[in-house]
Design a protein. Structure first.
Length: 160
């Protein structure tokens, strides 16, 4: 059974993602910010298989968490996927896997399963997981584009 630490300050998204990942057979621990994530990691008996880490959070950002983890001996090689509302935050290290939010929950589950199946870690994720990240980001862009188009059409529609 795989364990995942899910870190996101958006409680609704965190609950949704956690429920879907649990239904997919994963053990999920949750944290609402970066500082709490570090506490949870220290309390865990064993290292999680994956850390899903929101980028923009209060108390401690995803980038700050990444730095602490990379500088630590124990968690330096922990596989991490950063969830970000921007396409590629400038302060996220090059080579770090980033998925753009909002990501469709079912796409996220598929991405996580592909990522864990590759078990390649950060440096060599494997073609399958990288392809899923690209697909997740493309799906997010398409969804956002559709929302913008719908919003624009409603603005220009005649009012009754």
């Amino acid at each position: 059974m795989t364990s995942i630490l899910l870190v996101d300050d958006n409680e609704d998204l965190r609950i949704l993602y956690a429920q879907l990942l649990r239904r997919a057979g994963h053990v999920v621990r949750e944290a609402e910010d970066g500082a709490r994530a570090l506490e949870v990691l220290e309390q865990m008996d064993s290292e999680p298989c994956l850390l899903l880490l929101d980028q923009m959070m209060p108390v401690m950002t995803g980038t700050e968490v990444l730095k602490v983890l990379r500088d630590s001996g124990r968690f330096a090689n922990l596989p991490i996927i950063v969830l970000s509302a921007t396409s590629r935050p400038p302060d996220v290290p090059e080579g770090q896997n980033v998925v753009r939010k909002p990501v469709d929950p079912h796409v996220l589950v598929s991405l996580v399963q592909g990522f864990l199946a590759s078990k390649g870690g950060q440096a060599s994720l494997g073609h399958s997981a990288n392809a899923k990240i690209g697909t997740a980001n493309s799906a997010t862009k398409a969804t956002n584009r559709g929302i913008l188009e719908l919003t624009a059409s409603r603005r220009h529609a005649p009012r009754r």
